[in-house]
Design a protein around this ligand. Structure first.
Ligand code: ADP
Ligand code: ZN
Ligand code: ZN
Length: 742
């Protein structure tokens, strides 16, 4: 028997299958997915690897085939089903097979088992009483004490015996040898989800919720496994719908995975699932210890869990009979991995579901262009919920034109209108959230007078300011001198936009000294749990105003918040990225959705220098449909995803000259292999950051209508790189349909 092995060495040239002979003693035990130790290379160094297949024939010269040394006893085996998914990920997203295998196996090391020990009395009551008498006569006090306890209760916890009864292991061992008792051990898995006992108030489903659930249920029971896009406004009750759908699947004996962005995976969310599914719910996140994480995976494998909740990596939970994958907040950029293989959880979930006969539900109040595009083309089934669950009104949104403010002499980061509304809410003891959209913190240049943003003439993205003072396009490399007067209106009030949450907190405290202010940003959430602490303090109304970055727009439901201020809506608008309009629309809509979740209607103030930008206008009108139409037209016009597909080839190298030459050859080759396709090759351009730790970086973009054209080109480029020693000193990564460019 022979095994196909992928060796655990991070080198593109070794990214292939090596065959090994299976020694007789391991035959029968060795399974695909297991971690093994094999001799590798000329010196036959002991190396780890994963078995991807077992066969009876060998494709190589038998005399040269080496033998597997052993199965790695500390390693965790990969599910056979997930090996196939890993192969697809490697093909679809690039990277090596070993990287793909490690991705589908988020926990690779066995962790120490936690065991529970118990003492069990082996004697009858009469025999026991006789023994007790005997110990008392011999004045063996400890033995007598233990015997008496066992006569009361024939099974005792080990901890209780040693701690409460003060009995040593020596005594226990002695009685064990005499056949008086047995010391039993049981492996217990740690369960990180603990009950709180809060009861859930009865919920009567809205018509929209009922319709969504029953469409899913009918399909599912009749064996149709679709991908659904649950597009429901903020507060429409999507989580309740997910739980009902999961219920359908669990009742059929299957399991479900629920992906939630790590930042929104709060205690409250987990408790909602706990109340529905009890301790058959588990979580997987970075706050768990390695032991806890390992245990969750083992519980899932053993069928002790029905629902696994976690961020992106929970997608690879090894369930025996996966029935459903739910992706909440499907539009979140964190669902795309920034490490090879640079997979997107949405597409990978659809693939895994297809391989294992499961369904997929994607949920969002602001669906990604990708998801809506597919839903409109009939690839996904669209389920809509247009109303909030208790028919609360959507918030009322006003736009404040900051150019106008400036012209009228108001230079504060808080507009007059926002200050007025804040004073009103503080008076009424209602809460306020101030949201500073800090993405693209520095970079673009805008005019304070007219709002004009300096853009690339070829790419319709904003130019970025570099430290050397020039403005550069990150897509095509176009460069020009930094503008000192506005090319539109001639004003000298043109420059980089800067402001931070700290400054805003100070200003708010100065203006409203009596108000209690909390701040949430990267600085205040460094410590473990601080994120949840701030949110729950605000939820408990220990503060009047919460100032924060995009972190504050998700996670909690604050019924007493009736005013949301978005301080600089433009900040994310002119980052040099084709997704900036989409990101802005999402952030504004999600921020607005925080207002008026309770009884009273909410109010939202969006402050902006670009009040006429479609992302701002449509977000203020809470009109996703209008936004989508405008945005998809732009993507189609420019050939950006999802209308077309984009492959970024990121090349990095310590030698700048070598890098330029490498990019030149790569581009030439890419042009050659794409000649008969509809692909276009663009660049090399700057990936946003030109140098990281003295490593220079450039990026080539390849655009094509069909995804497969791009995987074809990627394969050819990989071969080319492999055959030319010149690329050995360079690192080349592929990123399909990238989320951002840096
Ligand atoms: P979404 O994820 O769509 O923003 P959630 O599922 O978080 O909405 O629901 C928002 C709030 O409304 C939650 O507190 C939830 O318990 C409540 N809720 C959901 N459905 C109903 C319903 N049918 N009736 C009353 N309250 C509901
Ligand atoms: Zn201007
Ligand atoms: Zn450009």
């Amino acid at each position: 028997m022979f095994a196909d092995v992928i060796v655990d060495i991070q080198h593109e040239k070794l990214d292939k299958i090596f065959q090994y002979r299976i020694p007789e003693r391991l035959e029968g035990e060795l399974q695909p997915g297991m971690e093994v130790i094999v001799p590798f290379g000329k010196a036959s160094r002991k190396t780890k690897g994963y078995v991807t297949a077992v066969s009876e024939t060998c494709d190589y010269d038998l005399s040269k085939v080496k033998e597997i040394e052993d199965i790695s006893r500390q390693g965790v085996a990969i599910e056979a089903k997930l090996i196939a998914l890993a192969a697809w990920m490697k093909e679809h997203y690039g990277g090596t097979m070993i990287q793909a295998l490690k991705t589908v196996l988020p926990i690779r090391q066995k962790e120490n088992a936690r065991v529970k020990r118990r003492l069990r009395l082996l004697l009858t009551e009469e025999e026991g009483k006789a023994k007790l008498q005997f110990y008392l006569e011999k004045n063996q006090k400890a033995r007598a004490r233990l015997m008496a306890a066992l006569l009361d209760e024939p099974v005792l916890e080990y901890e209780l015996v040693t701690k409460k009864l003060n009995i040593t292991l020596t005594v226990i061992r002695a009685l064990e040898e005499q056949g008086v008792l047995a010391l039993e051990e049981e492996r217990v898995y740690r369960n990180p989800v603990k009950e709180t006992g809060q009861a859930q108030s009865e919920i009567v489903f809205t018509e929209e919720q009922k319709n969504a659930v029953s469409r899913f249920r009918q399909d599912y029971r009749e064996g149709r496994r679709n991908t659904y896009l649950l597009y429901g406004v903020t507060g429409s009750g999507k989580t309740e719908v997910y739980m009902e759908m999961i219920r359908t699947v669990v009742d059929m004996g299957k399991q479900a995975i629920v992906l939630i962005p790590e930042i929104a995976l709060t205690y409250q969310t987990v408790m909602r699932f706990y109340r529905c599914f009890g301790d058959r719910v588990s979580i997987m996140n970075s706050r768990l210890s390695p032991g806890e994480r390992y245990d969750q995976m083992m519980r899932a494998k053993a069928g002790e869990v029905d629902v696994m909740i976690g961020p992106r990596s929970a997608l690879f939970t090894p369930f025996p009979d996966l029935g459903l994958i739910v992706i909440d907040e499907e539009h979140e950029p964190t669902y795309k991995s920034e490490q090879a293989p640079r997979y997107h959880a949405r597409e990978t979930a659809v693939k895994r579901a297809q391989m294992e006969g499961a369904g997929v539900v994607l949920g969002s109040a602001t669906p990604s262009l990708e998801a809506m595009y597919r839903a409109r083309r009939g690839e996904y089934v669209l389920l809509e919920m247009k109303n909030r669950s208790r028919m609360q009104k959507l918030p009322q949104v006003e736009i404040v034109d900051l150019r106008q403010e400036m012209r009228e002499g108001s230079r504060s980061v808080l507009s007059r209108r926002l200050k007025e509304l804040m004073a009103d809410r503080l008076e009424k003891k209602e809460q306020i959230m101030l949201f500073l959209n800090r993405r693209g913190y520095s970079g673009f240049i805008s005019c304070r007078e007219c709002g004009h943003v300096v853009k690339c003439p070829h790419c319709s993205v904003s130019l970025s300011v570099h430290r050397d003072g020039r403005m550069v396009c990150h897509y095509c490399g176009y460069t020009q001198h930094k503008a000192v007067v506005c090319p539109e209106c001639g004003s000298r009030h043109i420059g980089e936009f800067r402001a931070g949450t700290q400054q805003i907190e100070d200003i708010v405290r100065e203006l409203f000294p009596a108000a209690r202010v909390l701040r949430m940003d990267m600085d205040t959430t460094r410590q473990k749990d601080s994120y949840e602490k701030i949110l729950s303090a605000f939820a408990n109304e220990e503060a009047d105003i919460l100032v924060g970055t995009q972190m504050i727009v998700k996670g909690h439901d604050f019924p007493n918040v009736t005013l949301v201020g978005v301080l600089a809506a433009d900040m994310s608008l002119y980052t040099d990225d084709y997704r900036s309009g989409e990101r802005t629309f999402q952030l504004l809509t999600q921020a607005a959705g925080r207002a008026g979740r309770g009884e009273r209607q909410g109010q939202v103030v969006i402050q902006t220098y670009s009040p006429e930008h479609y992302a701002v206008v449509t977000a203020a009108a809470q009109d996703y449909g209008a936004f989508y139409e405008e945005e998809i037209r732009y993507r189609e016009l420019m050939g950006y995803p999802p209308a077309e597909n984009l492959l970024a080839v990121l090349v990095s190298c310590g030698d700048e000259e070598l890098l330029e030459r490498g990019c030149h050859y790569l581009k030439e080759y890419a042009l050659r292999v794409s000649r008969r396709t509809k692909a276009a090759v663009i660049g090399p351009a700057s990936p946003g950051v030109d140098k990281i730790k003295d490593i220079y970086r450039r990026v080539l973009y390849i655009k094509a209508p069909e995804y497969d054209t791009l995987t074809g080109i990627k394969d050819r480029l990989e071969q080319y790189i492999d055959m030319n020693a010149g690329f050995d000193k360079m690192r080349i990564q592929f990123d399909f349909n990238p989320m951002g460019i840096s």
